[in-house]
Design a protein around this ligand. Sequence first.
Ligand SMILES: [Zn+2]
Length: 338
Amino acid sequence: MTTLPEIQQIEKKIAQLGSTARAEILTHSQFEDLRFPIYKVSFGSQDPQAPVLGFVGGVHGLERIGAQVCVALMSSLAELSQWDESIQQTLQKVRIFFIPTVNPVGIYRKTRCNPHGVDLMRNAPIDADNPQFLLGGHRYSKKLPWYRGEEGAPMQLEAQALVDCVQKEIAQSQLAMTLDLHSGFGLQDRLWFPYAKTVKPYPELHLCYALKDLLDRTYPHHFYRFEPQAQNYTTHGDLWDYLYDNHRANSKSGIYVPLCLEMGSWLWVKKNPWQIFSAEGPFNPLKGHRHKRTLRRHNTLMEFLIRAVNSPQAWATQNQEQVRQLDTRARELWYGNV
Ligand SMILES: [Zn+2]
């Protein structure tokens, strides 16, 4: 049976982990005679109110490195959960889940879109303010990249499975964060926060400022550029905008921070220009040493996010005056106003 190395690695880990982790197949993604499971692997607390941190990869099949980094992070956490007492204690309070291959057929076929030609990250029922032509999502033809899917049609199977799963995870959680791993934009690794649909500040800007400030103070030499996604481009149908807005409309008190890691793939191309001519070239580090370096590059970020979710008092719980101050500073930093 055809499979993917990433799925084989997940299955191997699941078999090794026994009862330490919980594995679930969210759905199967299919195309002709291909059929791949979309796995979710969870560690830690089963309390629906527990703080939760999720890692997601492979939404855009061509950006395979995102799925691979997600599997690498999952494997490291799996090992730590076996021997590291501090992680074991954290996992009594916190839940951490991984969905590394959201679009497995896309990974296999080296396509950005899903088996039906739809860009999953343009597929949510959300319209953007002023999206860029084509790149921001369109309904002209599935033969063009960034196709949103038909007007009024249900979300694609893979997108719906991801949304359902994340919604359930975050619904009752007091503090939830997700990190969706992508590649293909710019020279630098970026951490993007909402919105994708508008350049206007999102309602809880102060939280992302507080998180950025905590990251800057804790790891002053980190290499991430922390910024609103829409400062680069706005898009229709972003799944994280959709999840965030739904959560905000329905949750009484829980906090949800959706982040995307956009790995700066142009740097790999710059260092190895020939790879631009390969299908995976513009989106993945092809040289062995660069690939290995990328797989371990985000370990500190994972540790930081675990600690941040486990210690909300450090950044996510403020009184009204603190919120006002943080919001002001955030607007100065990212929007050039007060
Ligand atoms: Zn992407």
